[in-house]
Design a protein around this ligand. Sequence first.
Ligand code: ATP
Ligand code: MG
Length: 286
Amino acid sequence: MNGMNGMNAATDAATGDVPPAVEFRAVTKIYGAGTARQYTAISDVSFSIPDLPEHGEFSSFLGPSGCGKSTVLRLIAGLEPQHPPTSGTVRALGMEVTGPGADRGMVFQDYSSFDNRTVLDNVVFGLECRGVPRHRRETEGLEWIARVGLDPKRDRAKYPHELSGGMRQRVAIARTLILRPRIILMDEPFGALDPATRLDMQDLLVRLWREVQATVLFVTHSVEEAVYLGDRVFVMATTPGRIIQEIRMPSATASARETQSEPWFHEKVQALHERIEQVEADAKRP
Ligand SMILES: Nc1ncnc2c1ncn2[C@@H]1O[C@H](COP(=O)(O)OP(=O)(O)OP(=O)(O)O)[C@@H](O)[C@H]1O
Ligand SMILES: [Mg+2]
């Protein structure tokens, strides 16, 4: 791991520790800083997600609307105008984030596929940008179409408008994972799906995540989803956006549906619901 460290590397040379997958140190983001419209989206946010060998941590981010969840994710992705932070440092794999990079892949809530490209052409888009030859692109693209539960024969030539919401998110996931990012950023990817499809997608995600062993940061409004998927859950509060709690969770071992009937799951969900209600009530207080 030491070999990839440059000037900004966070490796502890004395111990040889692997730097965290993601690290925020006292990060503040003020939109429109210095103008009359300036707004502090997140303030003094610090957290660290370890880069576990052969595993990859799954972290859920939960919190009321406007608490800065998307801001946090887009700062890691290096996307403007969230990037750069107003103060503090954002590091990914030991390096300070200076813009988008191949080590980080993002899946958005809205179906972000290209309308004029087929499923296959959407899935292989990133490979095309990297100059991977057509034949290899297609082989890999069809493999990923199958992996996310679509039919390589029937679905490859379809256009996004011919797909259901769940199918479109499968395409979005394939398009990101085909590039094998070490860090996967997901901003409410299942927010627009019906409850049954959502559970299927959660199972799919757990399966793929085990396969690719990446670090996942997952934003959701659903307490159940955060608890089921997360190795840890970060609870955020608003005005200003900040992290108020970090909770360890048991790793997903059974399917989403089976897990829903387990006592530990109910306990964690109940406790988190109460915490979130409290945060939302606090946010409304003048
Ligand atoms: N480009 C921007 N310019 C000005 N303010 C912004 C910008 N982007 C976000 N904000 C504000 O910063 C705060 C945090 O926004 P952010 O999108 O990160 O919240 P969120 O937790 O993702 O909310 P939601 O759950 O509704 O998606 C919000 O109050 C929002 O209005
Ligand atoms: Mg958001």
